[in-house]
Design a binder for this molecule. Structure first.
Ligand code: ZN
Ligand code: ZN
Length: 1020
């Protein structure tokens, strides 16, 4: 007996049951055991930040990772299954600050760095657990007790080693630069972190007069949206080859920006150079001794402002560069929290926003304000805390990208990207990448192992052993490589022997933490395997992961495959590649699958504050993991996914076709006491096969072939499409056409259907592991003692290299003919049960041997293969296909087609208005002669005779009656095997001509006419 299936599956319920069973039976452990020592397939997990619960955007990537790990396991590959957690850096710090109610670096320092580090560590430990539970629920099979944590001492040490290599090569330098700065986080941010973080903000827009010295009554007019930078002004820039004009009031501006003005004088920009002017805030102590003058700058914009640009080198990257070129003083007005410094007197202590009002007021009082307005523009914000950024000139640590750029491009040329054009995006990023700003002025992060000495030498420590060896104090309290403990360790200078050198206070960019993973987790250059080598430092007690030795690294590096979202091109893919090319000269991955973003079901971004965000837990509970996984898998990864319950419901409905097929099988298999044989899956089903059975077997082979091809190219939309199309054929053709054989025990039909269903479950199992496992246990494991208990232990099905393509092509054509026949019928107002006299089929040579099936499916008496005579034929553009292809040309083509000005080409193509249109790019409408309904697709045309005679009408009524009686059987709750007696109203006695037919169809022992108003049935 198979376990009877309910009408619809309860996905969440069956998933929890399967999860529990996997756990109890240790199925994953058995699978790993089964594949242990076989060929390796190496996957590197990009670490998920253990800082918040997993979101539905994470679940996309985690689904893909699990799908391909499961697929490769089915193909017999040995794998590592190591999950990673990203644990330190600004992400974690900002969240911990929030939870502790701290809102500045000063408050963190008052709170205490040791306590802060503990709080960060605890948050990571907590969310690592939360994410693990959620990932298990999603169906992710990972080696959960042996995760890597990027804040372990081991991971940190490997980064130290990398930094030392960079230093030895002369790539490491300390840069004095103007960088984007978050005043709340108190740190600079790197180019790769900042790329997408902008917001529409409103700022002041000021036009300010700068009086010229020695030209009484004349002033330059500059424009700025950052009033706080005016007190730091040192120069004004003009475009050397542009014209500048003197207006009547004495203001100098660019001619191009004031086209309507009547100038008193016109000069070239270069003629203004060197003229001195009075600064807007010359009385500030900070401005003492600054001579303000006009300089040239080729990049002065004529798109906005006055064409004269206010230059404050302490407040902008371009200004800072100009200061180098023109030897200008650099006045840095703000401290790390974005407040004005003491030399800016009356403004000191104010934030950049607070400064606005007094600056405007002061300018106005002195007659220097030409105009003050507000402007709405795109402005960079902190990617972590959304605070608007400012520019500050600070010292940061950089790794030069010059020497590694080309080797990284070369390495990327060896990588196969899916979708392919992402590889070009990576190239673009590499060509344009600046030096890597690796330092952050923060607390809970990778401690940069830099110890500058007064002798000028920079000591870079490359390992804990080296630190211990060179330390002169502080070792006794060093419990982990984090601040504040690591800061207490002082060392001696390698060069001059000076003792007591302190570490720089900076911590590292978090992308160093994730980028080193292909080395740090695989034991690169580690002489002996280190048991529990990943359970140290902050990771102590969180993981059992070992640190393998170098031989292991050789076996598993580089990764065969990695997968993360597209934005990781400038983040993890980049950091990993940078570090790998630096250490090993090779790309750390061979193939990449990247994907876009998760939006809501209407295509809008998801935001908690917009109320359209969906929590992963809620989605798992309401739609179930398999449905979520299907949603992610059927999505073309180069486009954003519209995630929500609407799309989920539609998937549930579509997947019912599979469920209904399984239900049908179980129902009749139980009635007929059918017992499957596990060996059939290898040898093919035994028995007296009919052509339709042979077709389903070939169709199953085709499915295996298609699905395998799609998995091998890492294209899940191809997998789900192939599967759905197969299930459609199985249900709407094989089962439809074979029902009768299941009502009377036809063993070949049972065996064939069982075989096809089960093989399809095996190949879709990576995408929806729960449903596949649930059905496998019912259909295979329970009835077959010799079958593996789990679909995952059965591994991948064997397949024929050459499925019977001609049989498949024949049947595909038969189905197209039937489909067209239905179309023709539906266009003619005939009831779909009404039998008809004739169907003429044109252009379907392969279907000719299947006239009987076509006749039955379409309820026609005769099928003729020949020429269809049409009265009229119209060709229209297939807009969804042609629109994007033709663009503006479309209207010309449309007009030509409407006017009948086109030429038919062999193969069904059409030429119109100079374009060749493929058969699927046009819609051909034909109207038949009177009494015929037509339908066509490409070269295939069918004509259905619509004329009825008495015989046809009577048969139509019989079919309606059969339908009605079977409905009554169901309503009366009869078993499928129950027999009945039927009484018809006297007025329907003419139907008794077809008594035997009716008996057959409704399982009746008798059909009689009597004095009844409606047909009646009685169980006998
Ligand atoms: Zn911030
Ligand atoms: Zn020294």
């Amino acid at each position: 007996m198979f376990t009877p299936l309910p009408r619809v599956p309860d996905h969440p319920a069956l998933e929890l049951e399967v999860l529990d069973w996997w756990e109890r039976e240790r199925i994953f452990a058995q699978l790993r055991q089964l594949n242990f020592g076989r060929s390796k397939w190496s996957f590197t997990d990009g670490p998920i930040t253990a800082n918040n619960p997993m979101g539905v955007h994470h679940a996309w990537g985690r689904t893909l990772k699990d799908v391909f790990q499961r697929y490769k396991a089915l193909r017999g590959f040995d794998q590592r299954y190591q999950n990673g957690f990203d644990c330190q850096g600004l992400w974690v710090e900002v969240e911990v600050e929030r939870s502790l109610g701290l809102n500045s670096k000063r408050e963190i320092e008052q709170f205490g760095l040791a306590e802060f580090a503990r709080a960060c560590r605890d948050r990571v430990a907590h969310y690592a657990e939360v994410i693990t539970d959620q990932s298990r629920r999603l169906g992710m099979w990972m080696d959960w007790d042996n995760d890597y944590y990027t804040f372990s001492d081991t991971n940190i040490e490997y980064i130290w080693r990398f930094l030392k290599v960079c230093h030895e090569r002369g790539w490491l330098y300390k840069g004095h630069r103007s960088t984007q700065w978050c005043p709340r986080c108190g740190t600079s941010l790197s180019q790769h972190e900042q790329t997408d973080s902008y917001r529409e903000l409103t700022h002041p827009s000021l036009f300010v007069r700068l009086p010229l010295k020695g030209h009484a009554g004349e002033s330059l007019v500059v424009w700025t949206t950052t009033p706080w930078t005016l007190p730091a002004n040192v120069a004004a820039a003009v475009k050397p080859d542009a014209d500048y004009i003197l207006l009547e009031g004495g203001d100098w501006v660019a001619a191009e920006r004031y086209a309507d003005a009547k100038p008193l004088r016109t000069v070239r920009g270069e003629e203004l150079v060197g003229i001195e002017y009075e600064g807007p805030f010359d009385d500030l102590p900070a401005q003492a001794g600054v001579a303000h003058r006009v300089i040239t700058w080729g990049d002065v914009t004529m798109q906005e402002g006055t064409g004269i640009v206010h230059i404050a080198p302490g407040c902008g990257a371009e200004d800072f560069e100009l200061a180098r070129v023109h030897n200008l003083p650099v006045l840095a007005p703000i401290d790390e929290s974005g407040r004005m410094l003491p030399p800016f007197a009356e403004f000191a202590g104010m934030t950049t926003d607070e400064v606005e009002a007094p600056v405007v007021e002061s300018l106005r009082a002195r007659g220097l304000l030409v105009a003050a307005d507000r402007i709405h523009h795109r402005y960079p914000i902190c990617w972590r805390c959304s605070t608007p950024l400012v520019f500050r000139v600070v010292d940061d640590w950089f790794i030069s990208a010059d020497e590694i750029r080309q080797p990284m491009l070369d390495a990327n040329a060896t990588v196969e990207w899916t979708p392919g054009f992402y590889g070009k995006r990576m190239d673009d990023w590499l060509r344009n990448m600046g030096d890597w700003n690796i330092s952050r002025k923060r607390y809970f992060g990778l401690p940069l192992p830099f110890y500058p000495c007064a002798c000028g030498y920079l000591n870079v420590v490359g390992s804990v052993a080296e630190l211990r060896e060179r330390a002169t104090a502080g070792l006794e309290q060093l419990t982990e490589l984090h601040r504040p403990w690591v800061d207490e360790v002082v060392i001696s200078c390698e060069k001059c022997g000076t003792e007591g050198l302190r570490r720089v206070p900076e911590v590292g960019d978090a992308w160093l933490d994730a980028g080193i993973v292909p080395f740090s987790t695989l034991g690169w250059q580690n002489e002996e395997p280190t048991p529990h080598g990943y359970s140290n430092g902050a990771a102590r007690g969180l993981s059992g992961a070992h640190l393998p030795d170098h031989a292991y690294w050789e076996e598993w590096f580089p990764a065969d495959w990695v997968s993360e979202s597209r934005e990781q091109i400038r983040l993890w893919f980049y950091a990993q590649s940078f570090m790998s090319v630096a250490l090993d000269g090779r790309s750390p991955y061979r193939r990449v699958l990247a994907y876009e973003r998760v939006h809501d079901q209407t295509g809008r971004e998801m935001h908690k504050s917009w109320g359209n965000a969906i929590e992963a837990n809620e989605a798992l509970e309401r739609m179930g993991a398999d449905i979520m996984r299907w949603l992610y898998c059927e999505q073309v990864p180069s486009q954003n996914i519209n995630f929500g319950y609407g799309p989920a419901d539609s998937i549930k409905r579509r997947l019912l076709t599979l469920w209904n097929s399984a239900t049908f099988f179980v129902l009749y298999a139980n009635i007929e006491e059918f017992t499957p044989r596990y060996a059939d899956l290898e040898q093919g089903p035994a028995g007296d096969r009919q052509p339709l059975d042979r077709w389903l077997l070939a169709r199953t082979q085709k499915l295996l072939q298609e699905v395998e091809r799609e998995y091998e190219r890492y294209w899940t939309p191809g997998v789900t499409r192939a599967f759905e199309s197969f299930v459609g054929d199985l249900s709407n053709w094989y089962i439809r056409r074979s029902r009768r054989r299941f009502y009377s025990y036809d063993e070949a039909a049972f065996r064939t259907l069982w075989y096809a269903l089960v093989q399809s479950l095996r190949v879709i199992a990576p995408v929806m592991p729960f449903l596949a496992e649930h059905l496998w246990r019912n259909l295979v494991a329970d009835p077959c003692d010799d079958a593996p208990r789990s679909v995952f232990l059965a591994l991948w099905p064997e397949r024929d290299e050459h499925p019977d393509e001609s049989l498949l092509a024949e049947m595909a054509e038969v189905r197209r003919v039937v489909e067209l026949g239905r179309q023709a019928r539906s266009g003619s107002n005939l009831k779909h049960r009404q039998p008809l006299r004739r169907l003429v089929v044109q252009g379907a040579g392969l279907a000719a041997g299947h006239a009987d099936e076509i006749r039955e499916e379409l309820r026609v008496k005769e099928v003729e293969f020949g020429r269809v005579e049409a009265a009229e034929r119209r060709v229209k553009p297939n807009l969804p296909v042609l629109g994007p292809k033709l663009g503006k040309e479309l209207s010309a083509v449309r007009e030509a087609l409407a006017a009948g000005e086109f030429e038919e080409l062999p193969g069904g193509a059409i030429r119109a208005a100079g374009h060749e249109l493929a058969p699927d790019e046009v819609l051909i409408e034909r109207s038949g002669r009177a009494g015929w309904a037509l339908a066509a697709a490409g070269e295939l045309v069918v004509a259905l005779s619509t004329e009825l005679d008495d015989e046809l009408r009577l048969e139509g009524r019989v079919l309606d009656l059969i339908h009605e009686l079977n409905g009554m059987r169901r309503e009366a709750g009869l078993e499928l095997t129950d027999r009945i007696a039927v009484t018809l109203p006297d007025g329907h006695a003419d139907l008794l001509t077809h008594e035997d037919w009716i008996k057959d169809e409704v399982l009746a022992v008798s059909v009689e006419a009597g004095p009844a108003a409606e047909p009646q049935i009685a169980k006998v």
